[in-house]
Design a binder for this molecule. Structure first.
Ligand code: SF4
Length: 666
């Protein structure tokens, strides 16, 4: 038996540190590493599932090429030569912008990102801006504070009030929950704001359920009352903020009665929440990703940030508006990863609009070769029917994958290693500030290769001399050079176990200026205006949810697709792995449509449909249809057949929750 330390590579808030026990190249157990103080007591079922996933019989183990008679195995040298010849042909005929590089967060290893440098070494590529999951909130917090930083979880013990706004840690960030519950035991009041009655809402002292996408109006209405009743922190506003006068004037337009009409909340509840937040300090707000998946979400986050500034809940223990936590990332050499020194050409498109971009924008030159890794866009990007069509038109698609996902069924499939089969380094930008080294612990099955090795081989074939040919360990040491120089942490030290970033701030913005241009919290953000937005946060009705024409056509229900507890995006939806997909409805809505528990229902939007079994729940709001995200096409319940490829107001983020649907019995 041998015991190793590593970390969970999944795109999860928590990034647990693991102790892995191995015998004869077989993983015996994965347990929490007690040296990591946030996740050291337990890991979730998805973490334990790694063991069986790695040895599933349907794991891709040899390169495959698509032929007229289906996928055929192909030796690695031939697969690499084929990929290189297609890339070379595209480069010669159309130049580097005819190469599309699509990646996402399917694996959290640092080294995986070196693929970006590969394309820079070829002269550049077409690549996305923004994201499917969190960039509206990041843009908003960057305009307001200059960066997105979170309070340490144990700082919640200093809070007298905790507002969880659009986050469901009971399902998706399990390691946050013990901190929240302990803070509550210590006397903090817990309020959950969420249109859905989630598992976290069930634990709260108060659950406030506004209409979907009306949260921005709620925040502006709270600000209206806080200013009117002079419940402000005038010293903070005077000394640490800018643009307050314009903001004050703007929120005059959000009296509680108007906000009640928008949110569907009683006037008394809005007033009560505003007074509670302004008078029960320190008060912490924990923001979730669901909150920023609507067309108006960036400004929603900005309106909530402003509440904290109004009341002086910034830079104080127990306060803050915690969303993401970019404390470790500045100590990684991202320029080395991206290959900026190679002066690549780049053509950008907004990531959620991939289908529309391929059909209309990316024409000169047209995309000739797509390389996709750590991602399953045909399942996860909105308006997936349009995307499938657009993808089909790309002459050659290469996918590196563990399994034959909806996207992996491409022209050339390269089997890659999984996290225990490769060396890498892990850190988190969502919650805590721990770093973990992950050694290669077991041999991969068949002929799987690390993406870094695949890129090295392709770079040699293509004569791309700007791509490193160093061993992985040496490259990792180079990538963390800023960390070594400024914080004294070396790869050798990380090999001994998880390390907390020295000097990680438990209370961001406590001292010194904010990271904005004027060093202040920006109620009025010129940077937002310069980038095409509005300098003040504002409320705008959600584009599709308030579309009366669609309502008239029968699309009357909010189609919401939250993250489930049992899968990270589409990762744990392999055939036979997941339970059956379900459509969750309130009993009233089901009755209106003659549906009963267990019936099969068709849910459709103007873009597509899915079918699944009905599950009734009194916790689902009446005009809402909920299906968890991540289902593959074969399940019949691929949710992004229905969602759109539209953007939110800030950050090139997918507005996946701004979706109307209808429902009928099959
Ligand atoms: S999925 Fe999240 S909670 Fe589960 S083991 Fe991985 S990091 Fe931990």
């Amino acid at each position: 038996m041998k015991v190793y330390r590593t970390a969970c590579p999944l795109n999860c808030w928590d990034q647990c540190s693991f102790i892995v026990t191995v015998k004869d190249n077989t993983v015996i157990s994965i347990e929490p590493d007690p040296a990591q103080k946030i996740t050291g007591r337990f890991i979730c079922a998805k973490g334990r599932k790694h063991i069986s996933r790695l040895r599933r019989p349907d794991r891709l183990t040899v390169p495959l090429v698509k032929t007229a008679s289906g996928f055929q195995p192909i030796p690695w040298p031939e697969a690499l030569a084929l990929a290189a010849s297609k890339i070379k042909e595209a480069l010669n005929r159309y130049g580097p912008l005819s190469l599309l590089h699509y990646y996402d967060s399917g694996h959290g290893g640092l080294l995986k990102n070196i693929e970006s440098r590969f394309f820079s070494a070829l002269g550049g590529c077409t690549v996305h801006k923004g994201s499917l999951c969190w960039s509206a909130g990041l843009a908003a917090q960057t305009y307001d504070f200059g960066a997105a930083l979170s309070h340490a979880l144990d700082d919640l013990y200093n809070s007298r009030l905790i507002i969880i706004w659009g986050r469901n840690p009971a399902a998706t960030a399990r390691h946050q929950l013990p901190f929240i519950l302990k803070a509550r035991q210590k006397g903090a009041r817990l309020v959950v704001i969420d249109p859905l009655h989630t598992a976290t809402a069930a634990l709260a002292d108060e659950h406030i359920s506004p209409r979907p996408a009306s949260d921005g109006a709620l925040a502006l209405g709270m600000a209206h009352l806080i200013i009117k009743e002079k419940l402000l922190d005038e010293a903070f506003i005077r000394e640490r903020s800018s643009g307050f006068a314009a903001y004050r004037k703007m929120v005059e337009d959000y009296p509680p009665e108007k906000v009640a009409a928008i949110t569907g909340l009683p006037v008394g509840q809005i007033i009560g929440l505003a007074r509670l937040y302004a008078t029960t300090g320190p008060a912490a707000i924990l923001l979730g990703y669901g909150l920023q998946r609507h067309s108006n979400s960036g400004n929603t986050i900005r309106a909530i940030d402003a509440l904290a500034a109004l009341t002086g809940n910034i830079g104080v223990p127990g306060g803050g508006v915690s969303y993401a936590n970019f404390q470790v990332a500045p100590y990684i050499d991202s320029s080395l990863l991206e290959g900026e020194d190679l002066k690549p050409q780049r053509r950008y498109y907004p990531k959620p609009c991939l289908a529309a971009a391929l059909q209309h924008q990316l024409k000169d030159p047209p995309v000739q070769v797509a390389y996709i890794s750590r991602a399953n866009p045909l399942t996860q990007v909105g308006d997936s029917a349009a995307l499938k069509q657009a993808f089909a038109a790309i002459p050659f698609k290469i996918v590196s994958e563990l399994f034959m996902t909806d996207t992996a069924a491409a022209d050339l499939v390269l089997p890659c290693t999984a996290f225990l089969e490769e060396e890498d380094l892990y850190y988190n930008s969502m919650s805590h500030c721990y770093l973990n080294y992950g050694p290669k612990i077991i041999d991969p099955p068949g002929q799987c290769r690390h993406e870094y090795e695949i890129m090295q081989a392709l770079a040699r074939e293509l004569g791309a001399t700007g791509f490193p040919q160093l061993p992985a360990e040496e490259l990792l040491a180079k990538l963390i050079l800023p960390l070594t120089r400024e914080k004294g942490i070396t790869l050798q030290q990380l090999k001994a176990g998880p390390l907390l970033l020295p000097g990680a701030k438990a209370v961001p913005w406590r001292h010194g200026p904010f990271a904005t241009a004027d060093g202040k919290f920006n109620f009025y953000a010129p940077a937002a205006e310069n980038e095409g937005g509005t300098a003040l946060p504002h409320y705008q009705a959600p584009r599709e949810l308030s579309n009366s024409r669609l309502h008239q056509q029968g699309y009357r229900y909010w189609f919401v697709t939250p993250h489930p507890a049992d899968s990270i995006h589409s990762a744990h939806r392999l055939p036979g792995e997941a339970k059956r997909p379900r459509v969750y409805l309130s009993p009233q809505l089901a009755e209106e449509h003659g549906l009963a528990q267990g019936d099969r229902a068709r849910v459709s939007s103007p873009r597509g449909f899915l079918e699944a079994e009905v599950s009734l729940s009194p916790k689902i709001p009446p005009a809402t249809v909920m299906v968890y995200e991540g289902w593959w096409e074969h399940s019949g319940a691929a949710v992004n057949n229905l969602t759109s490829g539209e953007l939110t107001d800030l950050g090139n983020q997918a507005a996946l929750y701004d979706c109307l649907c209808k429902i009928e019995k099959v």
